[in-house]
Write a protein that binds this ligand. Structure first.
Ligand code: NAD
Ligand code: MG
Length: 402
């Protein structure tokens, strides 16, 4: 008999969270939802409550909790089966560390994902990690607990799969992260000046939340992933390479000391790495053509459709990648400064306040004005992140006035 995984999903209304819930719906005998956390979007959350009956949920504020209660009343859910409703950052931690939970999917976006990820790790739980910012900000502190983490990010899942469901392996020479290149592949610096939010959010291969879509367009996402890979797999920055592979068929590769390269290929669908993170000593039948009754709409790869190409990224035009690689090499709080400034600048771009090609310069200016310090505790990380956010806002306001 299959024993279901007791799973809490943090970021349940987001792109990753909703895809994880579609797996829970398709495989109810394998996944039992214990808790759900989201910032707002209470209607999709209410729908998930009715379908999956978690013990507890969390939303950002008392106002959102009130809206959720109203919707649950409207939908006529019997009060005896309502979940416990928590609020705020403490509420997410309560949901992450419920006694019934064995496994936590960390899929909130940005810095907000770090405290609950940390709490789940400290509680000894298994963490399926989509929230790459946790490792970027606090990788040095998380490293001793890294064996509790299973990667969800597609590149890191690819490497994990190439290593046979392990974070380590014998004779690794290099990790090769592939990058689609984003919507602006081949653009010049001048061409980047005129791009709009809609263009930045139209990723050619993946459908994702707004922050990671924008990071993919600047290539900062790949920079964050290089740092994520360094902390996850314990590999030096000199041995992590990025190659642009616009077809997004090969999700990443491991090169070994004998010259062999193992690649993981698959459909561009996050439910594949998500299913592997849940199952990783077995494979779940998620493809549509294997005769399964539960259709997830995932088609097998057709390898005859297009040639596969690999090229060096343009680090001159997409300076975010080179910046993150340098910051990662330096260590300390630099990565928290970079991540905090980037999150503010991306937020300002998405709000229509700054131009796309000003995102990375704001991050660069923050990094030049704030010094990177040694990381001894989470407080060091949060302080660096906060200082970077304040400074990024000042820089952006000053530039808007000028
Ligand atoms: P998204 O914007 O679609 O969803 C974010 C989720 O986090 C939402 O449910 C939102 O309500 C919740 N959230 C945000 N702030 C919160 C807070 N303070 N408290 C509680 N909940 C909060 O983002 P996404 O695209 O699903 O990405 C989530 C994470 O996964 C990111 O770190 C991203 O880099 C990573 N990731 C995403 C993809 C993808 O395909 N979307 C792929 C790889 C990695
Ligand atoms: Mg990725």
């Amino acid at each position: 008999m299959t024993v279901p995984i007791n799973l809490a999903i943090l970021g349940a209304t987001g792109s990753i969270g909703q895809q994880a819930l579609s797996l829970a719906e398709a495989f109810p005998e394998r996944i039992k939802i214990t808790g759900l956390a989201a910032a707002s979007s209470v209607r999709p959350l209410a729908k998930a409550i009715i379908k999956f009956r978690p013990q507890a949920v969390s939303v950002l504020s008392a106002t959102e909790a009130k809206k959720l209660v109203d919707i649950l009343k409207d939908l006529g859910l019997n009060k005896s089966i309502w979940p416990e409703i928590f609020t705020g950052s403490d509420g997410v931690i309560q949901v992450a560390t419920l006694s019934a939970t064995q496994t936590v999917l960390s899929a909130m976006v940005g810095r907000a994902g770090l405290p609950p990820t940390w709490a789940a790790l400290k509680a000894g739980l298994k963490v399926l990690l989509a929230n790459k910012e946790s490792l970027v900000l606090a990788g040095e502190l998380i490293r001793p607990m890294v064996d509790q983490i299973v990667p969800v990010d597609s590149e890191h899942s690819a490497i994990f799969q190439a290593l046979g469901g392990s974070l380590t392996g014998e004779g690794i020479r290099r990790l090769i992260l592939t990058a689609s290149g984003g919507p602006f592949l081949g653009y010049s610096k001048d061409e980047l000046k005129g791009v709009t939010k809609e263009m930045a959010l139209s990723h050619p291969k993946w459908s994702m939340g707004p922050k990671i879509s924008c990071d993919s367009a600047t290539l900062m996402n790949k920079g964050l992933e290089v740092i994520e890979a360094h902390h996850l797999f314990g590999v030096d920055f000199d041995r992590i390479e990025v190659l642009v592979h616009p077809q997004s068929v090969v999700h990443s590769m491991v090169e070994f000391v004998d010259g062999s390269i193992l690649a993981q290929m698959g459909p561009t669908d996050m439910r594949l790495p998500l299913a592997y993170s849940l199952s990783y000593n077995s494979r779940w039948p998620i493809l549509d053509d294997i005769g399964s009754k539960r259709s997830l709409g995932i088609q097998p790869l057709d390898l005859t459709v297009s040639p596969l190409t690999f090229a060096k990224p343009d680090r001159e035009v997409f300076r975010g990648l080179a910046l993150a690689e340098a910051v990662g090499r330096q260590g300390g709080t630099g990565a928290a400064i970079m991540s905090g400034a980037n999150e503010e600048a991306v937020g300002a771009f998405l709000a229509g306040m700054i131009a796309f090609d000003k995102i990375i310069p704001v991050v660069e200016e923050c990094l030049s004005l704030l010094s990177s310090e040694k990381v001894s505790s989470l407080d060091d990380v949060f302080l660096a992140d906060k200082k970077a956010r304040v400074l990024a806002k000042e820089i952006m306001e000053k530039n808007m006035v000028n």
